[in-house]
Design a protein. Structure first.
Length: 301
């Protein structure tokens, strides 16, 4: 049974490596979207395998909301230095300062949605013709509608009803001037596959994914980490909790889960037992029934 699962992981690895190489062959200015989360970390690991012993032939692109976990930024910078990669950083704060995006206000204010403007501006500034993301089809229902190669028009928008067929792993990357693509090499992976792969490859991960003590508060059933970016309501109380994060994003919309998982083995057991998706703690997905799909149509990741 273990060997069967390992074979399954190796097949997924081979498929993703093939797609990464296909991107390098078809496009002139690719970039790998890197959030510091587990999916982008696995995607970077696969890219290093795909082009070894050469360096990866494209830069990493991180959209910095200004409300990131400190641990995420430290991990990002240390990894970039270790592997000698080129890093492009798009700043949401700069988008706000330039009047390109408007800061939300109120208790539930978040910069997560504002990333779309910054992402599209960064793609335009660096003339990126394809941005590779770590999205998976099991992550959120809108993700399942998207193909490996996702065409975006001259406004960076996605039309789910006008996607190109992908028969026999033939990918059509043709585009007009001003258009670009998003490509998702991990489309056929699940959260369990990702953690199994991390375990088999012994990939170093940010400490946020492992159980630790942190000052938190609960809002609408979601556990949030206390930060300078989060304004507490009068009825909300700060408690020290034993938590970890299943997904890492903007601090204002990323919820934690109570956990004692201190190792990769513990995390795999926990994921196997849970009946709640990892994005169940992402408040940005709960703003409307079609929140993710609406954002993707506008140019979101």
């Amino acid at each position: 049974m273990v060997n069967y699962h390992l074979n399954h992981i190796k097949l997924l690895e081979a498929e993703s490596v093939f797609i990464l190489r296909e991107v390098a062959a078809q496009f002139e200015r690719p970039a790998l979207l890197f959030s510091g989360g587990k999916d982008s970390i696995v995607m970077l690991h696969l890219a290093r395998k795909a082009f070894w012993p050469s360096a990866i032939p494209f830069p990493l692109m991180h959209i910095d909301t200004g409300h990131n976990f400190v641990e995420t930024l430290v991990y990002r910078d240390e990894l970039v230095e270790k592997i000698g990669a080129r890093l492009i950083v798009g700043s949401v704060q700069e988008s706000i300062d330039k009047g390109r995006a408007a800061e939300e206000t109120g208790y539930n204010a978040s910069r997560n949605v504002l990333q779309t403007v910054t992402l599209l501006d960064t793609i335009e500034e660096h003339k990126i013709d394809v941005a590779m993301g770590g999205a998976r089809r099991d992550e959120e229902k809108a993700r399942a509608k998207e193909r490996f190669f996702s065409h975006r028009d001259e406004f960076g928008q996605w039309d789910p009803k006008n996607q190109r067929p992908e028969l026999w792993n033939l990918f059509n990357g043709k585009k007009r001037i001003g258009e670009h693509f998003r490509v998702f090499p991990l489309s056929n992976w699940t959260e369990m596959d990702v953690w199994q792969y991390i375990y088999h490859e012994q990939i170093d991960m940010p400490s946020l994914y492992f159980s630790h003590d942190r000052d938190c508060f609960v809002r609408d059933g979601v556990i949030y980490s206390c930060s300078d970016f989060m304004k507490l309501k009068p009825t909300e109380k700060v408690e020290n909790m034993h938590i970890r994060f299943r997904t890492i994003g903007d601090m204002t919309c990323t919820g934690a889960t109570l956990s004692h998982a201190n190792s990769l083995e513990d995390i795999i057991e926990e994921v196997a037992a849970t009946r709640v998706t990892e994005r169940g703690s992402r408040i940005d997905d709960k703003r409307s029934e079609a929140a993710m799909e609406d954002r993707k149509k506008e140019g979101y990741f």
